[in-house]
Design a protein around this ligand. Structure first.
Ligand code: ADP
Ligand code: MG
Length: 365
């Protein structure tokens, strides 16, 4: 539905040129939520504003259903209002002199396309969207008399009501408190499934990205470093930046000893023991590698465990979190974070056995 090809944009700040985005390319299929995820300053907003038509990239091309809306090669630049996209930005722009109802009804009343909606149809549409964002019953409230979170939801309702072909969301939940943010995630997901709006979602919050997206593009310093499903990105990060940024991970450094047959991969020597790591990459004995292991993939037991990638460790710190326990283990020279079931009985200083399924060991490049 949307294709972004080789987009670049530099700004001049303090007399120096800063590359905000540098050769960004991706495709968003119709009806999907595509997320740009990355730390502050990596170029997410610049990418989104370029798609919206609020920013003119230095080079590249943007196509909607195969039709260009921006092309540096031909000089084409369709203005923002003619692109027909819905937008919700971090700073929620609502109309302060209007009520909640008027804010949401406005896009329906001014829309150029026929047929015009009757007052009753507008009331129904507005009512439905306000229910979705949990603002039902607030119709006659003045927009300025809403809390920050409510104003943000109003901004979302206003973007949704016009049923845009593409919805652009720039950290739309960042001003909400934790509980509401979680609820809005579910709402957004349900809504997206029901309405099927193609959306581009920008966030620096990895759990939000994992929870909401069909596909995620992880950005670092103006470039996309990996694109994949939430599961791909989390379980198969293709470098240490992605592994670190998307969730918590243990990095274990090691040296290749040689090939391993079953599972097919390599035997890696680490400071605390040897690990079998499956991979189709070509490595040579002596190569230095980094292995990423998620805390929830470190199995911990009081009894010794059979199989590959096992060891003996000591519990260094212990945090009971209700739904899980987070442990810090000393496995020889290596510190390992482990996330285990709340039922496991552990205490600080106790010896434990660990095992890491080879299939859960990811080689980072
Ligand atoms: N209007 C601007 N003028 C100068 N530099 C800018 C401007 N907008 C963004 N930048 C710079 O471009 C880079 C990317 O910014 P941005 O796209 O806002 O990142 P993000 O949304 O990922 O935090 C940053 O280094 C930022 O300082
Ligand atoms: Mg931003």
């Amino acid at each position: 539905m949307l294709d972004v090809n080789n987009l670049s944009k530099s700004y001049v700040a303090d007399g120096k040129s800063v590359k905000a985005i540098d050769g960004v390319s991706f495709s968003v299929p119709k009806g999907k939520i595509f997320t740009l995820l990355g730390p502050s300053g990596c170029g997410k907003t610049t990418t989104l504003r370029s798609i919206a038509g609020l920013e003119t990239p230095d080079s590249g091309e943007i196509l909607v259903s195969g039709t260009p809306v921006f092309s540096s090669a031909t000089g084409l630049r369709v203005p923002a209002n003619a692109r027909g996209f819905g937008m919700v930005f971090q700073s929620y722009a609502i109309w302060p002199h209007m009520t909640v109802f008027e804010n949401v009804a406005f896009p329906l009343q001014v829309r150029g396309r026929e047929p015009k909606l009757s007052r009753k149809q507008i009331e129904e549409e507005v009512g439905r969207v306000l229910e979705v964002v949990a603002l039902g019953g607030y119709e006659s409230r003045q927009a300025t008399q809403l809390s920050g979170g409510q104003q943000q939801r109003l901004a979302l309702a206003r973007a949704l009501v016009a049923k845009p072909s593409l919805l652009l969301l720039d950290e739309p939940l960042s001003n909400l408190d934790a509980k509401l943010r979680e609820r809005m995630r579910f709402e957004l997901k349900r809504l997206q499934r029901e309405v099927g709006i193609t959306s581009i979602y920008v966030t620096h919050d990895q759990s939000e990205a994992l929870a909401l997206s069909h596909d995620i593009a992880v950005m670092d310093q103006g470039r996309i470093v990996q694109v994949g499903s939430p599961r791909d990105i989390y379980e198969r990060p293709n470098n240490d930046f992605v592994a670190e940024f998307v969730g918590t991970t243990n990095f274990v450094s090691g040296k290749v000893l040689g090939r391993h047959a079953d599972p097919s991969g390599y035997l890696i020597e680490t400071a605390s023991g040897n690990l079998v790591v499956p991979t189709t990459d070509q490595l040579n004995p002596g190569d230095k590698v980094t292995i990423s292991i998620r805390p929830e993939d470190v199995q911990v037991s009081q009894e010794s465990l059979p199989g590959l990638n096992i060891g003996a460790a000591v519990v260094d710190t212990h945090m009971f979190l209700g739904f899980c326990q987070d442990l810090e283990l000393r496995w020889g020279e290596t510190r390992l974070e482990a996330r285990v079931h709340p039922s496991l009985s552990v205490s600080v200083g106790a010896p434990v056995h660990v095992r890491i399924d080879p299939q859960r060991c990811v080689l980072c490049k």
